[in-house]
Every structure is written in structure tokens, then in C-alpha cells.
Design a protein around this ligand. Structure first.
Ligand code: PLP
Length: 396
């Protein structure tokens, strides 16, 4: 009983605060622990398992690829990598793709590209990178520096020079900070780890306009919002603007480690041979998984279903906000990336009580419970979550 979590606690770094469970199997929105208990998953590996656990087409694509070719390095071309890049380009603003293995690496690549593009095309002094307070971009040094939450910096300074943070949705601050020295502005369309905080239309439009005016690149970190999570393939589609660079990871590999940076051709041209690289980036198995994920997400009616399921969950959360006006303050987010704003400090307790009922969710902030289920979550699973939340809120 509990053997795996004891084993893990003995030998693994203590950098994660884990729930007291070890999972051994998953299917769709369901997981099973080492004792055979079933869980309902509204976390989905932090928005990674876009098609749920072990989706048939991803498992099949991975199995077939593992029997053919595991790795050759980027000294050579491979079919899954080239085909996945083609798919990403055909269905986005971008022209060229750089593959890596995680979100932080995609952000790191974007920050490096932005500085190098400015260096080659404008001036070596154009190095400033603007990011938002309360943002999250990953844990490597560049990504960590872009992350506008000082709690994540503690004990790791000095950080990378020439980053500035402004409050999200503050157009005045945006106008004050954008200038000739700025090479890039990096934004999440919805701040995920920041507590499901959406950017406003007017703010994104102003960001696009000011970036154009000062020849700064607009980087969208769609690591959490991309690949159908918000009900469109990319969250920027809701806003009618396009970035110069987009960072992807999480849902892209459907459970395999896969990151990507997509850019316009003229921008990506700054990455000349030898300027940046990744040994594992674009691994054939991970890319085969990515192809299977995109094929399904782009299939007829899929994204419309994500919007319908998201609307159903949002409606049920809004009902709870009406039923428990003191404890629940509101509902934020889009598609199947939703946050329930609750009384401060209550979110971890709600997540704990959901866990006791074997339902998985996350609390990125003490006042926000986040739901990021598989995009294929069933309506009756949404009902089950809402009913559990109702009972928990009534009980608190
Ligand atoms: C998760 C996340 C990252 C970091 O991704 P890793 O794969 O953990 O490095 C970066 N940006 C956003 C918006 C994320 O949600």
C-alpha cells in the first residue's frame, strides 16, 4: 500500500509538492492508482493530455514510430518532424518551426531569437524584453527572468539582464515601457499559472500596435492556451491579432515531451546554422505523437465540441457562483481552461476536498481553482465535477 510514493519520497528531489497518490494507468478522463482506485481528471497533466490519457491514435502513432526510428539527431532530416512543422505552419500565422522538448525551452528559444533578430536587423543595444507581472514562462534562466512572479526568483538571482515587468491589461504602462530599446514583448493570452487571468482585447491590440511601431517582436506564450485548449486552435485567434513568435508545448505532444517555437520566416532567419540547437528537439516519436494530436484537434467539429463542453463547464461554475455568492467570486477563462475565483485561501482546501473525492484539479493561486480537463471530457464528467463542487462548497 502506497509503495510507489514511499519509494519516490526516498529517492526523488523534494522540489515538488505531490498529492499522496501514484498513478499506474489512465484512459480518457480517468486515472487509476496503485490500489486500483479510479480518479476523474480535471488537471490532465496540467493541460498536457489534450486528448485524455492514452488516446488510441496517439498510442498507435507512438508505437509505430518506436518500431521504426527513435532518434537520429538534428544532423539529419526525419519525416515526423518535417510533417509536424508543415501542419503547424499550414494552420498558424507562422512560416518556420523550431522544435524542442518543453515549454521553458520554447520560451528560451523565443527570447534568444528576439535578441538575435534585433542584433542582426536593428542594433546591438536593442535588448530589452518586456513581460507581464503575474506571468509564468518556465524555470530556465531566461524563462524564469521573464516570469513576473518574484516568488519564483528567490535564491536564484542574479537573473538575466534587461527585462522589465508591467501589470497585465495596463495599457498606460505598456505605452510607457515600449520604446526603441525593446526587442520583444512576451505575453500569455490567458495567464495560466497566474490564476487563469485573460488578457483584454484592447490590451492585445495596443501591444500589437506598439510592437509594430517600435519594431519589437510580439511573442505569444501559448504553451498552456494552444492546441485547442481555449476552443480555437490558438488563443490569439479569439483576438484577431497575430504574433511574430509563438511558443508551444504542453498539449502539443498529447503526453509526450514536445515543445515548439513558431515564427514568421523573416524573423526565424536570424537563427542561422549553429546559432541555436537542441539534441532531442523534434524527436521522431514525440513528433509522431504531435501529428496524431493535431490531426484529431483539426478534425471536423472537434474545436466546436471543445467550445460547447467549455461553455457547459463555465455555465455550471457560474451557477455555483450564484448559489454561493460569499465563497465563489466568479468564473474566468475560455474553452476548457477555466478558473473558479473563490474567497482568498479557499482554493487549496477545495482542491484537497476534490482529491478526497478522487477528482483532480489545481489551485495555481490561493483564490483560484483551475480546471483544464482533457478536451474530450464527457458532459456527464462535467456534471460529476459540478455536483462534487456544490457539496464541497455547501460543506465548507
Ligand atoms: C507550463 C508553462 C510553461 C513551462 O513549460 P515547461 O514544459 O514546464 O517548461 C511556460 N509557459 C506557460 C504559459 C506554461 O503554462
Amino acid at each position: 500500500m502506497g509503495y510507489l510514493k514511499d519509494l519516490g519520497a526516498l529517492y526523488l528531489a523534494g522540489n515538488y509538492q505531490r498529492f499522496p497518490v501514484a498513478f499506474v494507468r489512465g484512459q480518457g478522463s480517468r486515472l487509476w492508482d496503485e490500489e486500483g482506485q479510479e480518479y476523474l481528471d480535471f488537471c490532465a497533466g496540467i493541460a498536457v493530455c489534450a486528448l485524455g490519457h492514452c488516446p488510441e491514435e496517439v498510442v498507435k502513432a507512438v508505437r509505430e514510430q518506436t518500431e521504426r526510428l527513435l532518434h537520429v539527431s538534428n544532423l539529419y532530416w526525419t519525416e515526423p518532424q518535417a510533417r509536424l512543422a508543415q501542419k503547424l505552419v499550414e494552420h498558424s500565422f507562422g512560416d518556420k518551426v523550431f522544435f524542442c522538448n518543453s515549454g521553458a525551452e520554447a520560451v528560451e528559444a523565443a527570447l534568444k531569437l528576439a535578441r538575435r533578430y534585433a542584433y542582426l536587423n536593428h542594433s546591438p543595444e536593442k535588448t530589452r524584453i518586456v513581460a507581464l507581472k503575474n506571468s509564468f514562462h518556465g524555470r530556465t534562466y531566461g524563462a524564469l527572468t521573464a516570469t513576473g512572479q518574484p516568488a519564483y526568483w528567490e535564491g536564484f538571482e542574479p537573473l538575466v539582464p534587461d527585462f522589465v515587468h508591467i501589470p497585465a491589461n495596463d495599457r498606460k504602462a505598456l505605452r510607457e515601457v515600449l520604446g526603441e530599446k525593446v526587442c520583444a514583448l512576451i505575453l500569455e493570452p490567458i495567464q495560466g499559472e497566474g490564476g487563469v487571468v485573460p488578457l483584454e482585447q484592447a490590451f492585445l491590440e495596443e501591444a500589437r500596435r506598439l510592437c509594430d511601431r517600435f519594431k519589437a517582436l510580439l511573442i505569444l506564450d501559448e504553451i498552456q492556451t494552444g492546441v485547442g485548449r481555449t476552443g480555437r486552435l490558438w488563443a490569439y485567434e479569439h483576438f484577431g491579432i497575430e504574433p511574430d513568435i509563438m511558443c508551444l508545448a504542453k498539449g502539443l505532444g498529447g503526453g509526450l515531451p514536445l515543445g515548439a517555437m513558431v515564427a514568421r520566416e523573416e524573423v526565424m532567419a536570424a537563427l542561422t546554422p549553429g546559432s541555436h540547437a537542441s539534441t532531442f528537439g523534434g524527436n521522431p516519436v514525440a513528433c509522431a505523437a504531435g501529428l496524431a494530436v493535431l490531426k484529431r484537434v483539426l478534425s471536423e467539429g472537434f474545436l466546436e465540441e471543445v467550445r460547447l463542453r467549455g461553455a457547459s463547464l463555465a455555465r455550471k461554475l457560474e451557477d455555483l457562483a450564484r448559489e454561493f455568492p460569499g465563497r465563489v467570486r466568479g468564473v474566468r477563462g475560455q474553452g476548457l481552461l477555466l478558473g473558479l475565483e473563490v474567497e482568498k485561501g479557499l482554493a487549496p482546501e477545495i482542491v484537497k476536498r476534490l482529491f478526497a473525492r478522487r477528482i483532480l484539479a489545481t489551485a495555481p493561486k490561493p483564490e483560484v481553482v483551475r480546471f483544464s480537463p482533457p478536451l474530450t471530457v464527457a458532459y456527464r464528467e462535467i456534471d460529476a465535477l459540478a455536483q462534487a463542487l456544490r457539496e464541497i462548497l455547501a460543506d465548507l
